[in-house]
Design a protein around this ligand. Sequence first.
Ligand code: KIV
Length: 271
Amino acid sequence: MSVHSDVKRVTVHTVQAMKNNKEKISMLTAYDYSLATIVDAAGVDIILVGDSASNVMAGHETTLPITLDQMIYHASSVVRAAKRSLIVVDLPFGSYQGNSRSALESSIRIMKESGGHAVKMEGGSEIKESIIRVLSAGIPVMGHLGLTPQSIYKFGTYTVRAKEEEEADKLVQDARLLEELGCFAIVVEKIPAKLAAKVAKAVKIPVIGIGAGSGVDGQVLVLHDMLGINKEFSPRFLRRYLNLFDEMKGAIEHYIEDVRSLDFPNEKEQY
Ligand code: KIV
């Protein structure tokens, strides 16, 4: 319970209990104060301050350019908004892969300067030392396996991962390793639904899927994609709950018309 409010905060223990009780976990991204306020008020369990901010907020083609300072800026805005959700912050590309010391320094900066509650890192055995070191400082770590967008230039495409047996076996092994090391949850992105269900059974910690079917312990989507703010990205796994691009465009066109026709402001809208 926070000392500042009566709202009960979701913690890493809450999401573990949800898996134990077979309750599904909901997770969405947010990067700014206004939208995080809405996501939190709606009751989402986990807010991910994803490095997808690099695409969604800054218009970059990949997640690689976003910096640690920029992630801290986004995360601190979300932390000021969210009263209930557990806030997980992505460690950006280049801030943890080099060595475990840089992983720890980056994670400490995120925790101290943004007030987030946990960090997320992409990868399995390759980043074992970084995970161990960050966890040793008492910082909860969420893993991320399958399609890991920070490695896009290694994969070459954003297609479904781990369709072949060798990659699927490595993914299951990596999930077991992340659990063994002490990660509190794992995101699996764009892998076959059968494999994702197998991973969720193989580990006791929550497995949260994106493009990974329904046999996992929870789901995550990028907020701007599911609200239809972003029209260009239409993968098969995405369900659009709104078409905000067109709705917002319509409202703005209406405003422009009203300004041009002198309809706005009217008598009541002035002093
Ligand atoms: O950065 C992000 O939004 C993510 C999700 C796609 C899981 O990592």
